[in-house]
Design a protein around this ligand. Sequence first.
Ligand code: ZN
Length: 341
Amino acid sequence: MLEEAGASIILGNTYHLYLRPGHATINQLGGLHRFMSWERPILTDSGGFQVFSLTSLRKLTEEGVEFQSHIDGSTHFLSPEKSMEIQAALGSDIVMAFDECTPFPATREEALASLELTERWARRSKQRLLELHSEPPAAEQAGVRIVNQTQALFGINQGSTFLDLRKRSLEGLVEIGFDGYAIGGLSVGEQKSAMFEVVSHIASFMPDNRPRYLMGVGTPEDIVEAVALGVDMFDCVMPTRNARNGQLFTSRGKLNIKNSRYKDDPEPIDEACQCKVCSRYSRAYLRHLYLSDEILGSVLTSLHNVSFYLDTMGAIRQSILLGTFNEFRNSFLSGLARGQD
Ligand SMILES: [Zn+2]
């Protein structure tokens, strides 16, 4: 379904795959691409974000983080080196450096200490991934079979909402040298205006010849705005999570399929959408599936939302190539603001 919808890359969660089914199992089965029969690129996160947001009783040291599994409470330890071993075992195409996602809010001192730790961890991440790829005994000792020879490594910018700290963090990362640069630690509870202030400031200093990735963002309008500021890549649970909760994204803003006004509505979710769901099913039927707790409802609404996001990104890329991005942005945003009839 994702291939047909035009997805060119998907994201795998290192934390979840490490706990279940285990990276060693996936490695033995040929890596994540083969395990789930996905031949296109895969990005894996470092596992850090989930450790900091999902688990309890974590102990953070210079070495790494000790935490308890959210599944069975068992104790585990994740470090930059361990995160690289897991991601090498999974064989993703884009590996993320292990960072500390600075909690929000943070004082200046806390944000500074956190970004310095992230910088030291970024250096260790790069060194370990290089070692695993260039020294067969190192990979063997770690129990990792190299299944992807060409893994790219991205560094993650931190610094909370302090603009000078963001710049300092980026300079440190660029000095170490990465294949791409991510903006982390946003979309974690700060005001949206603060998020855009950081993106606007830091994107202007990011290397032109490397991908720029804004992590955990966002709504369709946030994505278009961040592209205007110079961001290339995004990841977010919103299209699928919101679909499961009945919230659908359309060219005329959000639509809640639970609403009784759609009870006998024969129209598609979005008449401007070319996806398989919109070409075939009515709002009334999708509402019925949702209210019946039918799994197919979540599948179809997720497929529409993912298609809407992919189509939006496709339209953004095309408008950039044609030199008409600003016109696209204005008409896209005014369409969203129109709302449903
Ligand atoms: Zn659709």
